[in-house]
Structures are given as C-alpha cells and as structure tokens.
Design a binder for this molecule. Structure first.
Ligand code: MOS
Length: 711
C-alpha cells in the first residue's frame, strides 16, 4: 500500500460547506408542511403533577396538538447499550405525572409557526405537589449506591494490600479534590425534525450514534427498525451529549404523530443545562504513599459522584489510576449519590478528565514533598506493562512524551520554588501532568464504491462530529485504492448506510478506518479482474462497483482479545505555563505544550485540532466552567453562556501539539488510536500545578478562581 494521503495535513473535505453555511445541520432541513414544537418543562425538582390544563393552549391560534402524560401513546422499551442503543434518561417522557428533576418535560405543544407554539406553550397550566428533593451529593439524606460496574467495566478495584503499602510509605499525600458539574455546551443545540407517516418515521437529529437512535426510537414506539430512518450528516459538537438518545426526540416523534405533520423541535440553550446530560460533580479522596526515592507504595482513589434518581450513570474517575503507574498496592472505589437532576452522561473524556485532575495534582503534591522534579517522579513510577491487567501495552511511548515535551516546553528553565519568577506584575509558574485515555474500538462496517467516472464514495453510518471523519476516512480509502484523495468523498451519518457504532469513547477512527481500508482493498481486487473500470461498472449493472467490510464477529473477538490481547491505551504529557497577577490573582494560561502518543496519525491537521480542542476544554474546566444549582429551589442557576463561562480566544494561548506517531498495528490494521478525548486529560491538573508553582496556592476545588488564590 502506497501511503500518499494518510499522514498528510489536508484540509477538511467539509470545510467549505461549513464556512459558507451550506452544511445542512438538523434545524436546516425543511420538509414540506413543517410544523413547530415546543416543550413545556417542570418548575419543581421533585413531586407530582396534580392538575394539568391544556384547553387554553388547544384553543390558541395555529395550534395543532398538545401531548402530555394524559394523552401520550404508551412507550414500550428503552433498549440499552446491549441491544444497540442507549436511552439516557431511564424513564420515558410524558408517561406519568411524577417529576424527578426541574426541567423535566411535561408537555409538547405543536403549532403552525414557532411564535404560535410559544404562545400556546405559555397557556399550558400545570400544578404540582412538590416533594423533598436532593441536589447536594454530600447532603445527609442522599441515597448512596456502590455500583460494581459501569459501561461494562469493573469500578471497585483492589490490587495488593493498601494498608501494607501505606505502612511502608516514607512520604504520604492525603488530600481531597473536588470538581463541579460541567456541561458539554455543544455549539449546535440538540434538535429533532420528526416526520411520521404511515410508512416511515424519519428523524433528523444531530447524533453521535444514528444506529443507536434508530434502535431506541423503534423499541420505544414499536415499529420495525427498518421503518425508522435517522439522518445526521453534520453534528455541531457532541462531546458525549449526543451519544445516548434523549427524551426530546421521542417527544418530537409523538408530536409529529399527533399533528400529522413533520415537526421541528429545537432545544433552547437553557434547556441544554437540564435535559441533555452533564458531567457529574465529583469529590475525590486521594492518598499516595511513596518511598523517599519517590517510588509509589500505595494509591487510594475514592470517588463520590452523582447520578440521577432513575439512572446510575457513573463518572469513573479512578479507572485511569488503576493502570497509570507501577504501584503494587492500589484501591479504587466509586460511590454514587442519587440526585434530583437530569441524568449525567459521558462528557468528553468521561472519568479520565476529572480523575486525572485529582491523581495528577496529588502526584504534583508528592513531588513537592519529595523535592523531586514532577517529571522524574513520573518516570520513576512508569508502568512498562499494564499493572492492573498484568499484560503488555499494545504500544506505549509515554517516556518519549515526557522527554520531548520537556524539551519543547523548556522545562529546564522552571524553578521548583513558588513565587520565584515574576514579570510585569505576574508570577509565572510551570506545571505538567500525564495524559491518558483508553483506546477503544467497536463493531463497524463500511462500503467503498467507485462510479464509472472514477469518483469514489466511502459509505458508513458513522459520524463526523466536527472531528474530521469526512476527511480522514477518504484519506484511508484513497491510499488503499491507489487513487488521488480529490476523487474520494464520504457519505456518513445516515442509518441506511452500512452500520457503525457510537462515535463516542474516541473510537471512530479505530473502528471504521480499518473497515474502509479493507473494503477498498476488496474493491481493488474486484476491479483487477476487469480490463477497465468501464467494463467493471458495465458488468455490475448498477452504475458503480462496490465492496463492503464489516467486523461481524468483533464483539465476540473483542471479548476474546480483552482476555488474551494487549492492553490498549493512549498516553501523553501536558505542559502548562500559567501567570497569576500578583495584585488581582487573575490567572491566565500563557503557553501549553502537549505531546500525544495515540498510534498512527491519519491527518496531522485535524488531529492537532482535536488535541487543541481538548486542551481548551481542560483550560475551561480548570479556570472557568461550573454549573451551580440553587440549593433551595433545585434548578441550575447558570443556564446560559453569560453565566456559564467557556473559554474564548482571549483565554487561549499558543498551544503546541506534537504526536509520537507510532502505528499501533496490534490494535488495528491502520494503526490508529482515538484522539477525541485525551487532550483534556492531564491538562486540568497541569494548569492547577502551574498555578501552584506560580503563586504557591494549591487549589483542590475547581475551578481555580481568583478568590481561591487570595492567600
Ligand atoms: Mo465521548 S464523551 O464518549 O462522546
């Protein structure tokens, strides 16, 4: 295989469409006779609807339907990851009068215009019998559970003997770290256009999982899956919030059926803070024990986090801790508090993002106590093999990340003493941390098609979440087929295409790129039997020649591999320079260097954007973002982008990203591991560690806001 496209920094195939506004996102579709739906949400965080008056709404001009729990069709089964689609809230919308969180949908109103839907929605009268509610996971009356597993992974982990390890320690760190609720805040709001006719239910929806949404919708309403068609060519950011399916999609489908017309439903920014997931708050108690030489003898990582009343989704903070360092005695535990909020869900680098904040800050605190360079401490505890699984890694070049990052960053100019460097009224500090995220892959399939004029089309029901999939899969196909990249395009994000899994867990490239490669190789072999493309196309009788590849038995093979195969993870090293204003204690990040070991890099340009995006998220988590609930009324008070601060350009410095770029051919035939999430991991801790190095204040309770630095 000649490599000409893979590895080249080519611009996005969909770039021009996006910057010229011709990329069709969900809300851009305009089926004929489109009606507009609006959701009415509960204004209490717990209790029961005792009176519901919809007649004034039904009498309002232009109103086509009002659906509530009193007249909604009874929904069947939500399905699950195991059955091919996950419904995030573990109870269906508009089925019962019970209220579990503020913002839960209680009605959907359909009218012939958005304004008329708004007018009618305001006329729906709901009375509640409010009940006591829980919003603080550390509160006294909260129900706590200890799940054994989360998303199929064990989450209570013991290795060796913790007490002995702590007993043998000459130096210890014992601290508690806290992270607040974070919201995904994708630029594109969640939206559905549902068009339910006798033959077919068509759903336009920005989703990270078209096949999963099709499965959830067909199980809920009970038509055959073939009668549900999900269309999602562009997704304006998902970050986990568009991976599972949400109640608004089902409400839109019910609204379309009730109105007998296609219906458009777009969530407001405020609704995205209550009803499409979030990253749960965490309290993480970390104990480290080490010898005077800095060898870890014990690690304890106990996480308390929150789920919702009906769902036990768990932010798995300690999983990375179980495999990141060579330490004989490790205890990782997770507890979950049931709160009256919408359910949390995967949020970019779920588990690892807050988890590496706690672990990697604790490592920094240990380095300070040992008077040891933080990089040297990590090198001394480097895990050559996966210490938890006791098996080799498929490919790991973390030591190279530390060393290369240190050179690129100029780590040798750092002074370990806080407040030792200042310039223009600011203390300057440097911090680093290890990045890590599992390398995942799922069942997937792809077809590659060539037309008589030489155009090549890659077809797969996977997704481009803004990540570059339209471009990278074309690169893989171009090389495998031996054609110029310009001739190759992709059709993605449609449930009629060859099936693929959720674009979550940084799995898309590792799952689909090998299938594209294989399909292209098969197509090439097919074509070689003919003397010309024209002849091959004529022979097929369809106007094109196509070949398909699928990881049919991969689920079984993967289960086998988990037992026998190597451990698959990506790694990296994050370096941050932070400046703290001596008078105001305002913090800004002035430089970031990131060296990432994530297998073969298909496209250095889109890959760099992925890591930069992750780092921007990390800076946001560290310094700005947090969602706060009103403890007395149980609703999120930060429900817009003025109160919930995300980083803007002025908050983001130059970010240098380098990749080790070693193909991981034990993981898959393309050698690629995912890069969608690892960029955040380690970054949050590196910022906090840099702030400590700058001003000598250790903030263990995110975000690192200036009031916490006034010591
Ligand atoms: Mo990712 S948070 O698994 O979409």
């Amino acid at each position: 295989m000649s490599t000409t496209a893979v590895g080249r920094a080519v611009v996005r195939k969909d770039g021009i469409k996006k910057v010229t506004g011709t990329a069709t996102y969900t809300a851009d579709f305009r089926p004929a006779r489109l009606a507009h739906a609006l959701l009415v949400s509960s204004t209490v965080p717990a209790g029961k609807i005792v009176r519901l008056e919809v007649d004034p709404a039904l009498r309002a001009p232009g109103v086509l339907a009002v659906v509530t729990h009193l007249n909604a069709p009874r929904l069947k089964s939500p399905g699950s990851m195991a059955t091919g689609g996950e419904f995030a809230e573990h109870f269906f919308p508009l089925q019962e009068p019970e209220i579990h969180f503020w913002g839960q949908y209680v009605a959907v109103v359909v009218a012939d215009s958005l304004e008329r839907a708004e007018d009618a929605a305001a006329r729906v009268r709901v009375e509640y019998a409010a009940a006591p509610f829980q919003i603080d996971m550390e509160g006294n009356a909260v129900e706590l559970i200890e799940p054994a597993k989360a998303m199929g992974r064990k989450v209570q982990i013991e290795r060796g003997r913790l007490a002995e390890g702590l007993g043998a320690a000459e130096v210890t760190v014992d601290e508690t770290y806290r992270t607040p609720v974070y919201h995904h805040n994708a630029m594109e709001p969640h939206a559905t256009i549902a068009d339910w006719t006798d033959e077919l239910l068509t759903i336009y929806e920005p989703t990270q999982w078209v096949m999963g949404l099709r499965s959830v919708v067909s199980k809920a309403f009970d038509p055959e899956a073939e009668k549900v068609h999900v269309i999602s060519p562009f997704v304006g950011g998902g970050f986990g919030s568009k991976g599972f399916s949400w109640p608004h999609t089902l409400a839109a489908a019910m609204a379309s059926r009730a109105a007998g017309r296609p219906v458009k439903l777009v969530l407001s920014r405020a609704m995205m803070f209550t009803s499409v997931g979030h990253r749960a708050a965490t309290r993480q108690a970390v104990r480290l024990g080490a010898t005077r030489e800095g060898r870890l003898t014990a690690i304890k990582h106990a996480t308390l986090t929150a789920g919702s009343i009906k769902n036990e989704y768990l932010e798995t903070c300690g999983l990375a801790t179980s495999m990141l360092y060579a330490c004989p005695n490790v205890s990782v535990t997770h507890r979950l508090a049931r709160l009256n909020t919408g359910t949390p869900c995967p949020t970019r680098a779920p588990g690892e993002a807050p988890g590496t904040f706690a672990l990697e800050c604790a490592m920094d605190e240990l380095a300070v106590k040992l008077a040891l360079d933080p990089i040297e401490l990590r090198i001394r505890n480097h895990a050559e093999r996966d210490p938890q699984e006791d098996k080799p890694f498929s490919s790991k070049h973390l030591l190279e990340c530390y060393r290369r990052g240190a050179v690129l960053f100029g780590w040798d100019r750092r002074n370990a003493q806080p407040r030792s460097r200042q310039e223009k009224g600011e203390w300057i500090g440097c911090g680093m941390a290890t990045a890590t995220y599992p390398a995942n892959k799922r069942d997937g399939s792809a077809a590659v098609r060539i037309y008589g004029d030489g155009r090549v089309v890659v077809r797969s029901a996977t997704h481009d979440l803004g990540t570059g999939t339209y471009t990278t899969l074309a690169q893989v196909a171009a090389d495998a087929l031996g054609v110029p990249l310009e001739r190759v395009s992709c059709e993605l994000g449609d449930s009629l295409l060859p099936k693929a899994g959720v674009s979550g867990g940084s799995s898309t490239s590792a799952s689909v790129a090998p299938m594209v490669q294989e399909a292209a190789q098969k197509l090439r072999a097919k074509l070689e039997k003919f003397s010309s493309l024209t002849e091959a196309v004529a022979d097929s009788g369809t106007g094109f020649v196509e070949a398909e590849a699928e990881t049919g038995r991969m689920a079984a093979a993967a289960a086998e591999l988990v037992k026998k195969g190597p451990s698959t993870h990506s790694f990296g090293a994050q370096f941050v320079e932070a400046r703290v204003n001596i008078a105001t204690r305002q913090v800004r990040v002035s430089r970031v260097v990131s060296v990432i070991d994530a297998g073969r890099i298909l496209n250095p340009l889109t890959a760099r954007s992925q890591i930069q995006g992750g780092i921007v998220w990390g800076i946001g988590m560290a310094l700005l973002e947090h969602t706060d609930w009103d403890p007395s009324r149980g609703y999120p008070v930060t429900r817009n982008l003025a109160d919930y601060l995300v980083p803007v350009n002025a908050d983001i410095p130059d970010i240098t990203v380098e990749f080790t770029d070693y193909p991981d051919l034990q993981f898959n035939s393309v050698g690629v591991r995912g890069i969608g999430e690892i960029g955040i991991t380690g970054t949050v801790a590196a910022v906090a560690n840099a702030v400590y190095n700058a001003c000598g204040v250790r903030v263990r309770d995110l975000p690192v806001s200036l009031t916490k630095l006034l010591a």
